[in-house]
Design a protein around this ligand. Structure first.
Ligand code: ADE
Length: 241
């Protein structure tokens, strides 16, 4: 997969994306990452990317011209046109389902805004606009890194253990089951007996029930859309969740 970013702070991506899983994905040739500097598409001496809003008001807006020119120019640099994603608190909420969908793209271009926002016409370039949550960031760079991390780890071969992305939170619409390692008792806190039993069927059954219980406790909003059997739904109803 090829991931590109367009922003006025192209240097902020390097340390995180060079480390750990992201670094390995690039070394293995599974991820090709490039950060472009929006100022490279300005034409004035000050490399200006912002301007005051029509109608007045606080702050500055990103001008349309550098963004339009950059997105068109970058898009044409490879045969395959990128899937263009903008970031804004106004966008659709990014979640694991979106991460799975995006993990099938071959080329993504993230456009990261700064200042008080962008000239509204810029969004005409977007295939989609995403928000990573109901809070306001000072720029889209962190959002681009969050989405990149969540997407890249789903590319086959990126995680060491192929199973690990299937078992975890939000797979099947449920939270992940609780996990424990040694010691079996720590400061009086014991690991559930069944996990020490060596009975794999019993462990699987416990884990499934634990996923449902944890979801009911912490994220009851997920239950409606979760992948549950009629028996599991009946069991939940009996418990009063
Ligand atoms: N830019 C500013 N706030 C944002 C958010 N919550 N998600 C995505 N992009 C943003």
């Amino acid at each position: 997969m090829r991931i590109e970013t367009l922003s006025v702070f192209p240097d902020v991506f390097a340390s995180y994306l060079g480390a750990s899983m992201m670094g390995r994905a690039q070394t293995k040739g599974l991820l090709d990452f490039e950060a472009y500097d929006l100022r490279d598409w300005t034409h004035d001496r000050h490399r200006t990317v912002d301007d005051a809003p029509f109608g007045g008001g606080q702050g500055m807006l990103m001008k349309p011209a550098p963004i339009f020119e950059a997105v068109r120019d970058i898009s044409a640099r490879h045969e395959l046109r990128p899937h263009v994603i903008f970031f804004s608190p106004v966008g659709a909420r990014f979640d694991e389902a979106a991460a799975r969908r995006l993990s099938h793209e071959d080329r993504i271009l993230f456009v990261c805004g700064r200042y008080e926002g962008m000239d509204e016409r810029c969004y005409d370039l977007a295939d989609e606009t995403l928000s990573i949550g109901d809070y306001v960031l000072t720029g889209g760079e962190l959002a681009a890194m969050v989405v990149t991390d969540a997407v890249v780890r789903l590319i086959p071969g990126v995680l060491g253990d192929e199973m690990s992305a299937e078992d975890e939170s939000f797979a099947g619409g449920l939270l992940e089951y609780a996990q424990y390692t040694r010691p079996a008792v720590y400061e009086g806190r014991a690991v559930p007996d069944v996990l020490l039993s060596g009975d794999h069927a019993a462990v699987d059954a416990w884990r499934r029930r634990n996923q449902i219980e944890r979801t009911a406790l912490w994220r009851p909003d997920l239950l409606e859309g979760a992948d549950l059997t009629p028996e599991e739904r009946a069991w939940l109803a009996e418990r009063g969740d």
